[in-house]
Design a protein around this ligand. Structure first.
Ligand SMILES: CN(C)c1cccc(CNc2ccc(C(N)=O)cn2)c1
Length: 244
């Protein structure tokens, strides 16, 4: 996958191109990255890329032309989907990340200041995505969150292919509790079932814990999920226990 970021701060992306599973995957050629700086497309000598908002109001707005020229330059390298990160976008979900992971490329537009000229959205953006209902100072960190969520779903990026499948949200539930050594920590022991070697029982315990946690913390996720017969049985058992 070829990912380009239209951004004033290309150096920020080192945090995922030079570290961790995403950094290793880049070195292994599983994906490629380039930053495109709109400032190099500003037609004035001083490289202005923002200006005051018509109608007044605080802050500055990013001008459409330099961004459009930067997106045009990115599109000359690949026919990637152009995504704008903003609080006004559709919420990023696992399902959306899985959809994006199938594409050949992405062009991620990172806004700064108070946003970008609306006409850029209508003329050059394919999709607007939000990573949550909050504002940060630029679209770069949201873009990196989206990249990481997408890249880990690309086969080969994660060492054990299976671990992405066991992700929270991958199966529509929250994750189960995890334990490692020591067996006893501050008087708390590892649940015995996890040391039983009985893999069927372990799988059932993990599913039950994921269902219980989802029911207690995120019942909204349960509301929209088809349940298998086993999950329904476990959920009935959990609801009964919660009532007792
Ligand atoms: C209207 N406004 C302030 C604004 C508009 C566009 C971009 C930006 C840059 N900041 C971002 C970007 C995305 C997210 C997110 N939730 O995905 C949060 N913050 C700010």
């Amino acid at each position: 996958m070829y990912i380009q970021a239209v951004t004033l701060f290309g150096e920020m992306f080192r945090s995922i191109t030079e570290h961790g599973v995403t950094g290793r995957a880049l070195q292994r050629g599983l994906w490629q990255f380039d930053a495109v700086n709109p400032r190099q497309f500003a037609d004035n000598k001083l490289g202005y890329i923002d200006d005051r908002p018509f109608g007044g109001g605080p802050g500055m707005i990013m001008m459409a032309e330099p961004l459009q020229a930067a997106i045009h330059a990115a599109k000359s390298q690949q026919n990637g989907r152009v995504i704008y990160l903003s609080p006004q976008g559709a919420p990023l979900t696992h399902r959306k990340a899985a959809e994006l992971a199938k594409l050949d490329g992405l062009i991620l537009v990172c806004g700064r200041y108070e946003g970008i000229d609306e006409r850029l959205l209508t003329s050059s953006i394919d999709e607007e995505i939000s990573i949550g209902d909050f504002v940060v100072s630029g679209g770069e960190l949201p873009a990196m969150m989206l990249m990481d969520a997408v890249l880990r779903l690309i086969p080969g990026v994660l060492g054990d292919a299976d671990s992405a499948g066991q992700d929270s949200f991958a199966n529509g539930l929250l994750d189960c509790p995890h334990y490692t050594r020591p067996i006893e920590f501050q008087g708390m022991a590892v649940p015995a079932v996890l040391r039983s070697g009985n893999h069927a029982l372990i799988a059932e315990w993990r599913l039950e814990q994921a269902l219980r946690r989802t029911l207690l913390r995120r019942p909204d996720l349960l509301a929209e999920r088809e349940l298998t017969p086993e999950e329904s049985r476990l959920l009935r058992k959990i609801r009964q226990e919660e009532r007792d």
